[in-house]
Design a protein around this ligand. Structure first.
Ligand code: GDP
Length: 305
């Protein structure tokens, strides 16, 4: 928790403290509630969730006799947790699947998202977590759009001890993804992580490409997880991206990167609403250790101190 707090940006934690300070005012007049609303909207919580939270807080504060700092902290904690949700399955599904031939095949994870959001870095960090957990991992460098992506992924692979399957520059992403799973099966690896390309400006191209990657991989067997990587600093733009990707492929989890550099953590709430899938991992920096499971309790505690 201390580590999480240290890595969330100062502006992020001051968001939680700011809310507490506002709630602690002697007179909770309409103006103060508006300020609370603005604080939430600025953090990208989104209009409907903000309204819900403010309504709930107003209602609950009304029935509180006294408003001790501890009362308010607990109340805000409960309501933020209710908004984020504590019941979702936030584990990344990397278990073996049953291949189309009836044999076990590695767990397959597709990592999708717009270039620049931190897809390749996240794939590398995730490989590191899995290897540390005793799993053997094969990486598929299917981002053939960004020239340096395959090198970058391979460097991660070498660092953590995972083989990287790559193709010629500008090669067919689907065939690289297919080969990566084939390699994973041949090596009896535990998990195959596939980094893909995200060119949002050509939506139909992206649709064709990502859909094809998934279909081709499914010739081997099921895809266990499709992780959408979103950059938390892009705010509402990230939501637009999420919508487009969700049209192309069934997203099963979200990775929110660069939470260390923004006060806009509210995007967690907004994106979960938008997609109906949980945030599973958060990126808290550029380093190898800076990928963490998303734990609502720890996050909220770090937020409000
Ligand atoms: P891709 O194009 O989506 O594969 O993006 P990259 O993985 O190359 O990442 C783009 C930039 O974002 C790189 O400079 C990464 O180091 C940086 N990055 C990725 N994740 C995080 C994060 O959680 N926090 C911070 N601060 N930077 C990150």
């Amino acid at each position: 928790l201390v580590r999480l707090r240290a890595r969330l940006s100062r502006s992020q934690t001051s968001l939680g403290k700011g809310l507490l300070t506002l709630l602690s005012r002697e007179r909770l007049d309409d103006e103060t509630w508006e300020e609370i609303e603005d604080t939430l909207l600025t953090a990208d919580v989104g209009v409907a969730p903000t309204q819900e939270l403010v309504d709930r807080l107003r209602e609950r504060v009304k029935v509180l006799g006294t408003r001790t700092p501890e009362d308010l902290r607990l109340l805000l904690r409960e309501e933020l947790l209710a908004l984020i949700g504590t019941d979702a399955d936030r584990s990344v599904h990397t278990a073996n699947g049953i291949g189309n031939g009836g044999d076990e095949i590695p767990g397959v994870v597709l990592v999708v998202g717009v270039n620049g959001t931190g897809k390749t870095t996240t794939t590398g960090k995730l490989a590191r977590v899995l290897v540390a957990d005793g799993k053997s991992v094969v990486l598929g460098a299917a981002d053939t759009f960004r020239a340096a992506a395959a090198d970058q992924l391979q460097t991660w692979g070498e660092r953590v001890g995972a083989r990287t399957v790559r193709g010629p520059e500008g090669g067919d992403p689907a065939s690289i993804a297919y080969d990566a799973v084939k390699e994973g099966i041949a090596e009896t690896a535990d998990v195959v992580l596939i980094d893909t390309a995200g060119r949002l400006h050509t939506k139909t191209g992206l649709m064709d490409e990502l859909g094809k990657v998934k279909r081709v991989v499914e010739k081997h067997g099921p895809v266990g997880e499709v992780l959408l990587v979103l950059d938390a600093t892009t705010g509402q733009n990230g939501l637009v991206q999420a919508r487009v990707f969700a049209e192309v492929v069934d997203i099963t989890g979200v990775v929110l990167t660069k939470l260390d550099g923004t006060a806009k953590g509210g995007i967690i709430v907004a994106v979960q609403r938008e997609l109906g899938v949980p945030v599973k991992l958060v990126g808290l920096g550029e380093g190898a250790d800076d990928l963490a499971p998303f734990e609502p309790e720890a996050f909220v505690d770090a937020l409000i101190g």
